[in-house]
Design a protein around this ligand. Structure first.
Ligand code: 0O2
Length: 255
């Protein structure tokens, strides 16, 4: 038998209070806001999250299909891995609070575009743009926003291509358009972003400026590495000849 909303409410309440406290959210939210939020986190919330999960599956499948087809054509897989995640309830709540949005289910759908996130880790920077073009050419995909943090890295050094796309999901009685955030990165960009994400929680250290500078430099090094690996790949694909000028020593070892 399924648990009724009343039965799961105390469980949710305990769980969420604990997680909110860990996320330092309690204190910034009144008890009423938390309780109203919990009331909404029952059926309508679960329903909406199911739709987002379906939308993530749709987008993930599109990339898997492209990877299969392109690997036949080019004899290599342009995608290293795909990771999907549903934004945590606490993060959704925190973002809505930060943006001064009403804490309602409708408001999540209308304003929070990264509830469903698909991260595509590509082999080379060129693959990012090639796969993005392939995705956006599909007639059931609508591009909502595009932010190119590869051509214009963030102040932190963060690099990735971000897309918000709308994709249809087909339910038993209706078609629904859902928004999904797609983050496209190379392995090197992902390596940097993952480690920086862990380190940045220590930003209130006295050496914060020096740490930020160091992280920016690491990001530049990883971008250079991407460019050099791409140059080597092109060199091999074009059958050798003159080695790429940048960074190759006479015995073809990276300097
Ligand atoms: P999580 O856990 O990934 O969801 P906003 O989302 O409104 O705050 P904006 O401008 O819409 O801001 O989003 P932005 O900056 O284009 O992209 C936000 C996401 O990109 C972040 O998600 C991170 O995943 C990633 N990101 C952006 N900047 C950085 C950075 O400097 N370092 C790292 N490691 N990742 C970054 P969330 O919501 O922060 O977290």
């Amino acid at each position: 038998m399924l648990m009724g909303d009343k039965a799961i409410r105390p469980v949710l309440e305990r769980l969420t209070e604990d997680r909110l406290r860990r996320g330092k959210l309690l204190g910034r939210l009144s008890q009423k806001e938390v309780l109203d939020w919990l009331d909404q986190r029952t059926n309508p919330y679960r329903e909406l999250m199911t739709y987002y999960r379906c939308a993530m599956m749709e987008v993930e499948t599109k990339f898997n299909v492209l990877n299969e087809e392109l690997s036949l054509q080019y004899d290599r897989n342009p995608i290293e891995s795909i990771k999907s995640r549903l934004k945590e309830p606490e993060s959704i709540l925190e973002k809505m609070k930060r943006k001064g949005l009403p804490l309602t289910i409708e408001s999540i759908e209308d304003n929070i575009f990264d509830v469903a996130g698909v991260r595509v880790i590509c082999s080379f920077p060129e693959d990012i743009y090639m796969l993005t073009d392939c995705l956006l050419r599909q007639d059931d995909i609508t591009l909502i926003t595009r932010k190119d943090y590869i051509k214009n890295p963030k102040e932190s050094g963060y690099r990735s291509l971000h897309l918000i796309v709308e994709v249809p999901i087909f339910l038993h009685d209706q078609k629904k358009m859902m928004k999904v955030e797609v983050q496209m990165r190379t392995i090197a960009m992902d390596f940097w972003a993952s480690l920086e994400h862990k380190i940045r929680y220590k930003k209130d250290l006295p050496q914060a400026v020096a740490i930020s500078d160091e992280l920016r430099q690491c990001s530049e090094m990883s971008a250079q590495l991407d460019a050099r690996m791409e140059a080597v790949r092109r060199w091999i694909e074009h059958g050798g000849g003159e080695p790429p000028a940048a960074g190759m020593s006479p015995n073809n070892k990276m300097e």
